[in-house]
Design a protein around this ligand. Structure first.
Ligand code: GDP
Length: 422
């Protein structure tokens, strides 16, 4: 239908980032976009259409409902090549029952004739029809200019000083059990506050004299008739929780181990520069000798590759064993994420780096790094000034990151490094 092309155009370059993890190369249906200073998320309901014709309509109906619940504006993509289809009519019917703003996007309006034909789509009953061409980009600017005027402002999580912890993970890993164990223990004082969004449950509590907010996706088990939609729904919820929080706490089930979906969650947290803690739950189910945790951890690290900075701990939520390690570990990550390194210490390191591993000659030029400074914390961003930034080899970049991590404690914290021409 060309919807994927449109989706990719909306979320732009971010989509093109190729992740070298196995099992994550499949289509994404959720992305972040940026237009005229506005950051927004795009949900694509495509790709989740089940093959089976009988359940197809049920599935689509469900997806549209889920996406509607989560969104502020609806872009209803239709195809100028085929005109109005039966499916368009059914979808329009569902959309008209909601009070969300619907913009009809008449795609594939690649030429004059098709642009003329887009007026037929007013028959679907919505006020706005935009002819666009995802292929050459025509019309998308006007559409986005108009669309962003309907978006609410998203509050930054950093606005309050109470750290927000998102507890995420696959169904049945023990998220509810952990949250309940934390909240119902004598060691924590719970303040119930109304969820800021309809269906994440935020609980404030204090532990060790510090306050925290748990952004909980547990218990949000949407009844869906089509199994493809369970994942769709949980992906949306999880991403929202990650975005609203400072720290992502990913639970995995000790018996099931680390799965492709878990890697996707971690990459999402990294992409939004959130602090990360990986928690192996149901540790009571594993028969242990002294080496087990280490072996378990190594097997996971092997798959984490570039995310070796993530701390891994084991707990048993059901038996309330070591559950406070989760908060203590999160607390360390919060501290690391706020860390600000002095410019002098950084430049000393930069000198050491270039002595230990001299920068290469590239196309007849000796690369040279002049200066580094930490621009901000929470999350940390480092700016490097050098002669030819675009020639910096990726492995040298990684080398620098490793050195920063060796010398300063940024465990659990994604680091952003920008390289500028001096
Ligand atoms: P959620 O879907 O992630 O919220 O998972 P739940 O908290 O509902 O837990 C799913 C199931 O796993 C329940 O039957 C729990 O009793 C069980 N469970 C949770 N944590 C543990 C644990 O640490 N050990 C064991 N053995 N079972 C657990």
């Amino acid at each position: 239908m060309g919807k994927s092309t449109f989706f990719n155009r909306l979320i732009g370059k971010r989509q093109a980032i190729v992740h070298d993890f196995s099992g994550v190369t499949r289509d994404r249906h959720y992305g972040q976009a940026f237009w005229n200073g506005v950051n927004f998320n795009v949900i694509d309901t495509g790709g989740y259409i089940p093959e089976d014709d009988d359940i197809m309509l049920v599935g689509i109906r469900e997806q549209v409902h889920i996406a509607l619940e989560e969104s502020d504006v609806v872009l209803f993509i239709v195809d100028t090549e085929t005109g109005i289809t039966d499916l368009d009519v059914s979808v329009a019917e569902i959309l008209r029952q909601q009070d969300k703003r619907v913009l009809v996007v008449a795609n594939k309006a690649d030429n004059e004739e098709r642009r003329w034909n887009t007026s037929e789509f007013y028959k679907l009953g919505f006020e706005d029809v935009f002819p666009v061409s995802s292929m050459n980009g025509a019309g998308t600017g006007e559409l986005l200019d108009y669309m962003v005027t309907f978006l609410p402002e998203i509050p930054e999580p950093e606005e309050t000083n109470i750290p927000k912890l998102a507890i995420v993970g696959r169904p049945n890993v023990g998220k509810s059990s952990l949250v309940n164990a934390l909240l119902n223990s004598e060691r924590s004082i719970v303040t119930d506050i109304a969820g800021t969004t309809r269906d994440t449950i935020n609980s404030a509590f204090s532990y060790g004299g510090k306050e925290y907010l748990l952004v909980d996706t547990a218990g949000l088990r949407k009844r869906t008739k089509v199994k493809e939609n369970i994942e769709f729904y949980s992906t949306l919820r999880t991403n929202k929780a990650i975005m609203e929080s400072d720290i992502t706490i990913l639970l995995i089930d000790a018996e099931r181990g680390f799965e492709a979906q878990d890697i996707r969650v971690l990459m999402e947290a990294e992409r939004f520069n959130k602090g990360i803690v990986l928690v192996i739950n149901k540790w009571d189910l594993i028969e242990k000798d002294t080496h087990t945790l280490k072996e378990f951890e190594e097997a996971i690290r092997d798959r984490l590759k570039t995310m070796s900075y993530i701390p891994i701990i084991s707990v048993s939520a059901k038996n309330k064993k070591r559950i406070y390690n989760v908060i203590e570990e999160a607390d360390k990550v919060i501290e690391n994420r706020s860390r600000k390194i002095s410019t002098s210490a950084l430049n000393e390191l930069l000198e050491e780096i270039q002595i230990e591993r001299p920068m290469p000659y590239v196309r007849g030029h000796q690369l040279k790094m002049n200066y580094v400074t930490q621009v901000k914390a929470k999350p940390p961003v480092f700016a490097f000034f050098m002669n030819i930034p675009k020639e910096l080899p990726p492995n040298y970049r990684r080398f620098i990151e490793n050195k920063i991590r060796e010398k300063f404690n940024f465990e659990g914290v994604p680091i952003t490094m920008v390289f500028k021409r001096k």
